[in-house]
Write a protein that binds this ligand. Structure first.
Ligand code: BGP
Length: 468
C-alpha cells in the first residue's frame, strides 16, 4: 500500500456513542428506533416509550470510554478512525441559531485524544441520525429548510474543528434514501398514507444533494486542506445467468448507486438520473435558482463507501436480505450467519467499476463480518472467521490497486463492538469485544479479540503481512 494509506476502523455515533441525553444532546431518529431484534421488524416510535429497548441510548458507551477506546485503537496502530458527529449533540433540535457548546467540547476532546496518538479522524456529518425535531416538525428532508439547517451545522463543525479534522463525509450511505421500504433509515422520511413516496424520495434526495454541495463548498472555503467525500452503499451485483435479460436486471440494480454517485462526483443529474425518474414514475425535483450551479461547483474529493456482500439479479434466484439491500442467492458464495454472501472478489470488481466510472480516490469506510463472538473463560475471543474475511478482502484491494484503482484507505466495520442496525448486540463486528448484552449493560469492559492482534500486524507491515 502507499505510504500514507489510511488504515483504521469505523463506527457511527448512533450505534456506538451512547450518552443519548448527556451534555445537552437532543433526540435523533435513532433514539426512538426500538431494537428490532431476532426477526422482529424495526419500529420507530413517535417519542420514547417507557420500558422499550432503544439500543442507541447507551450503545457501547464511547461517550464515557473514549480515552480507553482510543488508546486501544492506537495500540492496533490505527492511522485514522472513522466516527460520526451526532448532529443532535451540536444542534439538539436541529433548527437552533446557536450550537450547543457542551456538544462541541465533547468532540474537541475526542479529536485531541486521537491526535495525541497521531490518529486522523474521518468524520461523517450525518450517519442515520437526523434530529427528531426535524423529522416530526419539519417532515425531514422533504422540507427545503433542512438544507439551511444542515449547512449551518456543517459550517459550525468545519470552523470549530479546523486543523483537527481533515477528512469528512456528508451523508452515510446516501443511496439508501431510495430504499422506499425503509425510508427512515437514511433520510428520516416516514410516508403519509397516499403520499407519492417515489416523488418524495427524488425531492428529499435533491435537498440532500444541495445540502451536501453547500457543505463541500463551505468546507473547502474554511480550510482548503479539507477532503470531503460522499458516502455510498455498494450493492455489487452479478447477472444470475448469461441470459441477456439478466444482464439488464444486473445493471438496473446498480442504478440507484450511480444516481447518487453521478450527482456527487460528476456534479449534475446524468442520463442515469433522468432515466431513473421515469423508472420511478416521478419527475425531476423542484429546484431553486442556483441549485444546479452549486451542485456543479462542489464535486466531492473522494468516494467513501461500504461494501459487505454481493448478490445476483435475474433468473429465479432465492432472495437474501441485507440490512438495507437485498438480492439473489449466489451458489458460488458462502454466507454469514445472517445470510450475507461473503465475496471478496466482489470488492475488487467494485473498486474497478467505481474507479473506471468516477476517477476519484476511493476510501473503503465500511467492510466487515458480523458474527456471534464467544468469550472463553480466560477472556480471549477467537474470531478466525473475521480474520479470514478481512484477509481475503484486503488481498483483493491490493489486486484492485494493481488494476489501477486509487485507494486512500481502509476502515473495517467496526473498530470495536457496537449496536448492529438490525440485530443489536447479537451481531458483532469489532476487533474489540464489549461486555454488554442486548438487555443487560453488564460491565461494558473491553477485551481484545484475536483479530485485534492480527490487524495490528497487518497495519505494522502496511498490508504486506496478512498471515494468521
Ligand atoms: C451499514 C451501516 C452501518 C452498519 C453496517 C452493518 O449499512 O452504514 O451503520 O450498521 O451497515 O450493518 P448491521 O449493523 O445491520 O449488521
Amino acid at each position: 500500500m502507499r505510504d500514507d494509506f489510511l488504515w483504521g476502523g469505523a463506527t457511527a455515533a448512533n450505534q456506538y456513542e451512547g450518552g443519548y441525553l448527556e451534555g445537552g444532546k437532543g433526540l435523533s431518529i435513532a433514539d426512538v428506533e426500538r431494537g428490532a431484534r431476532h426477526g422482529v421488524k424495526r419500529q420507530i416510535d413517535d417519542e420514547i416509550v417507557e420500558g422499550a429497548l432503544y439500543p442507541s441510548h447507551e450503545a457501547t458507551d464511547f461517550y464515557h470510554h473514549y480515552k480507553e477506546d482510543i488508546a486501544l485503537f492506537a495500540e492496533m496502530g490505527f492511522k485514522c478512525f472513522r466516527m460520526s458527529i451526532a448532529w443532535t449533540r451540536i444542534f439538539p433540535r436541529g433548527d437552533e441559531e446557536e450550537p450547543n457548546e457542551e456538544g462541541l467540547k465533547f468532540y474537541d476532546s475526542v479529536f485531541d485524544e486521537l491526535h495525541k496518538y497521531g490518529i486522523e479522524p474521518v468524520v461523517t456529518l450525518s450517519h442515520y441520525e437526523t434530529p427528531l425535531t426535524l423529522v416530526k416538525e419539519y417532515g425531514s428532508w422533504r422540507n427545503r429548510k433542512l438544507v439551511d439547517f444542515f449547512e449551518r451545522y456543517a459550517k459550525v463543525c468545519f470552523k470549530r474543528y479546523k486543523g483537527k479534522v481533515k477528512y469528512w463525509m456528508t451523508f452515510n450511505e446516501i443511496n439508501a434514501t431510495m430504499r422506499i421500504e425503509r425510508p427512515w433509515h437514511q433520510a428520516g422520511l416516514i410516508f403519509a398514507e397516499g403520499e407519492d413516496a417515489n416523488q418524495t424520495v427524488v425531492q428529499a434526495s435533491h435537498h440532500m444533494f444541495v445540502a451536501s454541495a453547500k457543505a463541500v463548498l463551505a468546507g473547502h472555503e474554511i480550510d482548503p486542506e479539507n477532503k470531503i467525500g460522499c458516502m455510498l452503499l455498494v450493492p455489487e451485483t452479478y447477472a444470475a445467468t448469461c441470459a441477456p435479460e439478466d444482464q439488464v436486471a444486473m445493471r438496473e440494480k446498480m442504478l440507484s448507486l450511480y444516481y447518487y454517485g453521478d450527482v456527487h462526483v460528476r456534479g449534475y443529474y446524468s442520463n442515469t438520473c433522468t432515466a431513473m425518474w421515469k423508472r420511478l414514475n416521478a419527475h425531476g425535483p423542484d429546484m431553486e435558482e442556483g441549485d444546479e450551479d452549486i451542485i456543479k461547483a462542489s464535486k466531492v474529493d473522494y468516494i467513501g463507501f461500504s461494501y459487505y456482500f454481493s448478490s445476483i439479479e435475474g433468473g429465479n434466484a432465492e432472495q437474501i436480505e441485507g440490512n438495507v439491500i437485498s438480492g439473489g442467492r449466489n451458489p458460488y458464495l458462502k454466507i454469514t450467519d445472517w445470510g450475507w454472501q461473503i465475496d471478496s472478489v466482489g470488492l475488487r470488481t467494485t473498486l474497478n467499476k467505481l474507479y473506471d466510472r468516477y476517477q476519484v480516490p476511493l476510501f473503503i469506510v465500511e467492510n466487515g463480518m458480523g458474527a456471534k463472538d464467544i468469550v472463553e473463560e480466560d477472556g480471549s475471543i477467537h474470531d478466525p472467521y473475521r480474520i479470514k474475511y478481512l484477509q481475503d478482502h484486503i488481498a483483493q484491494i491490493q489486486l484492485a490497486i494493481t488494476d489501477g484503482a486509487e485507494m486512500m484507505g481502509y476502515c473495517p466495520w467496526s473498530a470495536i463492538d457496537l449496536i448492529s442496525t438490525h440485530e443489536g448486540m447479537v451481531k458483532r463486528y469489532g476487533f474489540i469485544y464489549v461486555d454488554r448484552e442486548e438487555f443487560d449493560l453488564k460491565t461494558l469492559d473491553r477485551y481484545r479479540k484475536d483479530s485485534f492482534y492480527w490487524y495490528k500486524k497487518v497495519i505494522a507491515s502496511n498490508g504486506a503481512d496478512l498471515s494468521d
